[in-house]
Design a protein around this ligand. Structure first.
Ligand code: ZN
Length: 384
């Protein structure tokens, strides 16, 4: 059973990030894992994070959604967590997947403001409405997780809706995210430049973070600052351009990924390339036979998304997302094309990739649970 729990925690790990392009909501990790009403279980449980992520997935009607978690350092030694859970949180902190801070203060709202994200919290933040007017002006930007029939649900603090609403990046956010930043502290997980931490320090576990995936700096008196170390950040030049793409299979957005101008990304049944997007797990037998291991290559060239078919069987382009067969443009093996506005590439009928904001979910569906690996025993909800 311990092994099963580890697998669930691994799955949850894939859903926490500080990547400005992929995070869909900001939350206070300590609050979520201590929210006993959700399952009536232990005082603290990391599995509650998975439950809240599942709830967010259901609301956004999308699989694999990721959250931006901010948490006080005290959580790393919280005796209410199991030693395994503490170890996992420490790993997330070391890898920069969550922000672990000595003084989180209003960092959660700052991140939400800079990135234009909703906040999941039971706190109302009444005192911060002046600084962050969207707390009131945009109902759905601040939602409280509450116990629901099939796991947690959300209720907006203002207006009472259930759906998380994304805003737009603030002006400060857009400016900060146009640059890349370096923290002078060696081995900084959030703004490191690679290396650091000594000659043999965790060589096996160094995470290659693209500069495009750097979190937003904190602003202290207008100065870009490392939220972890409180040090002034150095400007390390322009951030690479990036574009967020999404994979839709059978009408459901299964995952998003970031394409930068640093390197191409190959998607297919089971690409061999580094950073490839594997689709095999979502395909039926017919689609698996049709789609090559590496099927389509994406490149970002001067802001344009260029697709190249690298498959055996070829692909198609759906111009402006049109599903009419007469509009479909064939993309033969080795052929390239610029992905125009609203276009998506179709690897096989029902298997499409396009810009994330242009790919609405079509059919009704149930997102896959991040808890799928959880043993029934550990996940059984209490009967009132
Ligand atoms: Zn730092």
């Amino acid at each position: 059973m311990r092994f099963e729990i580890s697998k669930v925690l691994d799955a949850i790990e894939g859903r926490v990030c500080t990547d400005p392009s992929l995070a869909r909501a900001v939350l206070d990790l300590a609050e979520v894992i201590r929210y006993q009403d959700i399952d009536g279980g232990r005082p603290a449980s990391l599995l509650r994070l998975g439950m809240v992520i599942d709830a967010l997935s259901r609301e956004l009607e999308e699989d694999s959604v990721q959250v931006y978690a901010v948490v006080h350092r005290a959580l790393l030694s919280d005796a209410d967590l199991t030693s395994n859970e503490r170890m996992v949180v420490r790993r997330w902190a070391d890898d920069g997947l969550v922000e672990v801070l000595d003084n989180p203060g209003d960092r959660m709202l700052e991140v939400a403001d800079l990135l234009g994200l909703p906040v999941l919290s039971r706190v109302r933040f009444d005192g911060l409405r002046g600084r962050f007017p969207w707390l009131v002006e945009q109902p759905g930007r601040l939602l409280a997780p509450v116990p629901g029939a099939g796991g947690p649900a959300f209720i907006a603090h203002v207006g009472g809706g259930n759906a998380p609403v994304a805003g737009t990046r603030s002006q400060a956010g857009a400016k900060l995210l146009a640059r890349q930043w370096r923290c002078p502290e060696s081995g900084c997980a959030l703004f490191g430049g690679g290396g650091g931490g000594g000659a043999f320090a965790d060589l096996a576990r160094v995470v290659e973070r693209s500069p495009a995936a750097q979190p937003p700096p904190a602003l202290r008196n207008g100065v870009p600052t490392c939220p972890r170390h409180g040090t002034r950040l150095n400007d390390a030049g322009p951030r690479p351009r990036s574009e967020v793409l999404a994979v839709r299979v059978g009408g459901l957005v299964r995952r998003r990924f970031v394409l930068t101008d640093e390197r191409p990304v190959v998607a297919g049944r089971a690409p061999e390339q580094d950073g490839g997007i594997m689709l095999g797990q979502w395909l039926n037998d017919e689609a698996r036979r049709w789609i090559s291991r590496g099927h389509i290559r994406f490149e970002l060239r001067v802001g344009e998304v260029v697709v190249t078919d690298v498959s055996t069987n070829g692909s198609g382009i759906r111009p402006s997302g049109s599903m009419a067969e007469s509009d479909r443009i064939a993309l033969a093996p080795q052929q390239s094309r610029v992905l125009g506005e609203g276009d998506m590439v179709e690897l096989y009928p029902g298997v499409q990739i396009g810009r994330a904001e242009e790919l609405p979910a079509g059919a009704p569906f149930t997102p896959t649970s991040v808890m799928a690996e959880a043993p029934t025993m550990a996940m059984r909800l209490p009967r009132p």
